[in-house]
Design a protein around this ligand. Structure first.
Ligand code: XIL
Length: 644
């Protein structure tokens, strides 16, 4: 099913040693020990090949550190009116919803210790004796009761003259930051039952001369319940903000709409004028969401009215609307050949990172069609990360990853598994593991995930192991195991998938500097130990003024000289805020592609998404299609670069 060559370099050409002595029987033992087999994983942890002398892979923990996946974790078929997919069966997770992480609460003790000192951010090179920081005049902590309206004046002052700018870091729900038109603003907020406790609010003052010179001032607001709770008014529920989206005529659209009631149970949503043949149902797992699905039959701007009704007082409502721009199929046609066809002719894999649950988005079918047409490889942007896939010990949510695998196989795309070992997007239970258990948990995770997806040929085994200023990054894995965690992770991965390409993936390693130095020192040590690293993943989250192409070329060559493959794994090129242009952005894409094409060991060119509608750097529009899925200069540069 996976039609694309693993690598443009034949496996024989790889100089990295392949994990010795792996036989199918050993693999089966790993599989069963991981709990992925039918034995359920309660038995002994099995033989992972550790009897070989010189085997440097520790046994899997016995008993397991955390329970393996069980039948309860298997996703179930999802009814079609919840998604935009028409050509395969979408599955969904069935367990209870995982509660959202709450921000740590400020304690009464901390509050009583007195107000916080403002934090001043000084840009490099600024002389603070010549230019003093802006501050907020007379700002102090506040006390109030739920149901009472609080007004707090924020008046930024600059000792050197001029009026500082300002902005709130995050407004509490239901609050406003009212502009007094005299350089000051007022926080106007009626806290409600759910706000009782001590809340923080931060405003930032910006120096009139140097916009990078800023004072972050956090105040605390202590909110108590009034003696008579019935004095708190029942505020009308509202529709959660719904950003405009693009849709395509005759293609299904799903809108996930959510009512928010700041002081009551989940409100009900009603559509006074629903589109023709629409279904509108409560989400089976997320009871505050309603899912509208319909197929727009004509082009144009569509506005759908939504009534939000209070669950306690049914006469209390608010009315809002959501809007969609419905375009025709031809509005999405792109000139020339598709990127995957051009890349395929050059034996290059070209890919993207897939948005989580794209099939639950309004524009899911446009997204899917373009992805399938343009790319022969995909990475899950988030679906394989531990916080999503294994949020609690013994609890697994595989649906998002399973759906992506189905989508990829249907469209002859290969998949990169990303990431197995990383220090970010970890659930609390992993963060709280004592050091002695981390190695076992890491190995278990690698085995369980890789065993579930044996089709995956490329794995980012260790992600972002190098620190910002060089040296190994000080992570929970390093703290528990020292550098050996890297070796153990790769050996464990090799034990499960002898033929997969195993990667060390990182950012800022393509340019000269402390990170690249650390990379090559680390590789020298690890390759000497026989650690089965096959390729280096260069993330390449760049800016439009990037110009260190010579360094990229040299660093790629140094990796090639070590006998390793090169994958560009997460390329995106953000527009700089000082007027970076799409033409500059396109040139950076083109150059990186050219460097990859001229380097025989660069097998893979992947971007971290493809539409500015969905990008982790969306403020800087870093991708090759715009928010309405129209091609940008970068798209055409890639076409031309591939065709040359
Ligand atoms: C990012 C995703 O794009 C975001 O949606 C998520 O909130 C954070 O992670 N390096 C990586 C990726 O290896 O996994 C990161 O992805 C981007 C940086």
């Amino acid at each position: 099913m996976y039609l694309f060559p693993l690598s443009r370099v034949s496996p024989e050409a790889r100089s990295t040693p392949v994990w010795p002595g792996i036989r199918p029987i050993v693999l089966l033992a790993v599989f069963l020990a991981s709990g992925c087999g039918s034995s359920g994983g309660d038995g002994p942890s099995g033989d992972t090949g550790s009897t070989d002398s010189g085997n440097r892979l520790p046994d899997l923990p016995n008993p397991p550190i955390s329970p393996p996946p069980s039948a309860d974790d298997e996703p179930a078929a999802e009814a079609s009116h919840f998604n935009t997919v028409t050509n395969f069966q979408v599955v969904r997770d069935t367990g209870p919803r995982i509660p959202e992480k709450e921000a740590p609460k400020v304690t009464l003790e901390e509050y009583n210790a007195g107000p916080l000192e403002p934090e001043i951010v000084v840009p490099p090179g600024l002389d603070t004796t010549q230019n003093r920081p802006p501050f907020f005049e007379g700002l102090t902590d506040q006390e109030t009761l739920a149901g009472q309206t609080l007004s707090v004046l924020f008046k930024p002052v600059d000792p050197d003259g001029g009026i500082p700018g300002m902005y709130p870091e995050q407004l509490p729900k239901g609050a406003e930051f009212v502009d007094n038109m005299d350089g000051s603003k007022t926080l106007v907020w009626m806290p409600l039952q759910r706000d009782v406790g001590i809340q923080e609010f931060t405003a930032v003052a910006i120096d009139p001369e140097h916009s990078g010179y800023r004072t972050h001032h956090t105040i605390r607001i202590k909110i108590d319940m009034p003696d008579d709770p019935s004095t708190i008014p029942n505020v009308a529920p509202e529709l959660e903000e719904f950003l405009p989206h693009t849709a395509r005529v005759n293609d299904p659209v799903v809108l996930a709409l959510r009512g928010i009631d700041l002081n009551g149970p989940v409100p009900t949503l009603e559509l006074p004028n629903p589109p023709a043949n629409a279904s509108f149902v409560r989400h089976p797992r997320y009871d505050d969401y309603f899912i509208l699905r319909f197929v727009p039959e004509s082009t144009g701007n569509l506005s759908i009215e939504v009534v939000v009704r209070d669950a306690v007082n049914s006469s209390l409502t608010s009315t809002d609307s959501v809007s969609l721009e419905v375009l025709s199929a031809s509005d999405f046609s792109r000139q020339g050949s598709r990127l995957r066809d051009l890349a395929g002719q050059r034996n290059l894999r070209i890919g993207y990172a897939s948005l989580q649950e794209f099939f639950h988005r309004p524009d899911g079918s446009i997204y899917a069609d373009i992805a399938a047409a343009e790319f022969n490889m995909v990475t899950a942007e988030n679906a394989f990360k531990v916080d999503l896939i294994n949020p609690e010990p013994g609890r697994y949510q595989f649906a998002d990853a399973d759906n992506l695998m189905t989508f990829a196989s249907l469209n002859n795309m290969s998949v990169r598994g990303h990431p197995l070992v990383w220090h970010r997007q970890l659930p609390d239970w992993v963060l709280e593991l004592p050091e002695a258990k981390r190695q076992g948990a890491m190995q278990e995770h690698i085995v369980r995930l890789m065993a579930r997806y044996p089709q995956i040929q490329d794995w980012d085994v260790v992600n972002e192991a190098i620190g910002e200023d060089g040296g190994l990054r000080d992570t929970l894995w390093l703290q528990a195991m020292g550098e050996s965690y890297i070796e153990t992770a790769f050996r464990q991965a090799r034990a499960v998938a002898p033929d997969a390409t195993l990667l060390l993936n990182d950012y800022d390693i393509e340019v000269d500097g402390a990170k690249a130095d650390t990379l090559f020192e680390l590789l020298d040590r690890q390759l000497a130990l026989g650690t089965p690293i096959d390729a280096i993943g260069f993330q390449m989250h760049l800016w439009s003024n990037f110009d260190e192409f010579g360094e990229v070329r040299r660093n790629f060559q140094k990796v090639a000289d070590l006998g390793l493959d090169i994958h560009v794994t997460e390329l995106d090129v953000a527009l700089t805020e000082d007027g970076g242009t799409e033409a500059q952005q396109a040139a950076v894409y083109r150059q990186i592609l050219a460097i990859c094409l001229e380097q025989p060991r660069c097998t893979t060119f992947q971007m971290w998404g493809f539409t500015d509608q969905y990008s982790w750097r969306e403020n800087w529009l870093p991708l090759i299609l715009d928010k309405r899925y129209q091609t940008k200069p970068a798209y055409h540069e890639l076409q031309q670069g591939l065709a040359q």
